[in-house]
Design a protein around this ligand. Structure first.
Ligand code: COA
Length: 161
């Protein structure tokens, strides 16, 4: 048993590895426990197949979270960032975001975009603390209980000022 599995909360190191198709059942379990309107297994498989940056946080051989980002033509899009509920609030989400932003920088992306629900203040606080600024709203973008919810569009300028 690894040290992380014994006590992940006192040792929030980030062990990342590429997400494979065989990870999808474990990833989807975390996804379903995390979102009222989770992605389907097919969406995760498509992200892997089309070559998006898909990383799993390995916590003692279990899926502790994951991050998915597409990039090209100067723009990166962070599509999903999720930490397993029992591991939240210990810095893993911030580390995962730093990893994704570093990868976008290395790939010489100028801007990073993401969408977030207004009802998700935890994620918004994380993004704002990293320098993201809201640039727009997509009306009725998300499914929501009893209707639709807007998406807030956030952008971080990485390069070239
Ligand atoms: C959003 C999420 C990825 C953050 O991951 P995390 O590992 O819990 O976050 P961290 O411990 O790294 O904390 C990062 C920041 O998030 C914010 N945050 C974390 N927990 C919080 C809480 N309970 N209340 C308010 N803000 C909180 C803080 O700004 C924190 O920064 P600080 O530690 O300097 O105060 C995680 O809550 C999650 O997976 N949520 C479910 C999925 C989701 O909503 N993903 C984002 C979709 S856009």
């Amino acid at each position: 048993m690894s040290a992380e599995l014994k006590d992940p909360h006192t040792e929030p190191s980030l062990r990342l590895r590429p997400m494979s198709l065989s990870d999808v059942p474990d990833v989807i379990a975390v996804e379903r426990a995390s979102y009222a309107f989770p992605w389907s297994e097919g969406v995760f498989r498509d992200c892997i197949r089309v070559g998006y940056l898909c990383r799993v946080i390995d916590v003692g051989g279990t899926v502790g979270g994951y991050g998915i980002m597409s990039y090209g033509a100067g723009e990166a899009h962070i599509l999903n960032v999720c930490i397993r509920e029992d591991l939240r609030g210990h810095g893993l989400g911030r580390k995962l975001m730093h990893f994704l932003l570093d990868r976008a920088r290395v790939a010489q992306m100028q801007d990073v975009f993401l969408e977030v629900r207004p009802s998700n203040p935890t994620a918004i606080a994380l993004y704002v603390s990293l320098g993201f600024a809201q640039i727009g709203i997509r009306k009725a973008y998300y499914q929501a209980t009893g209707g639709r919810e807007d998406a807030l569009v956030y952008k971080l300028v990485l390069a070239g000022g």
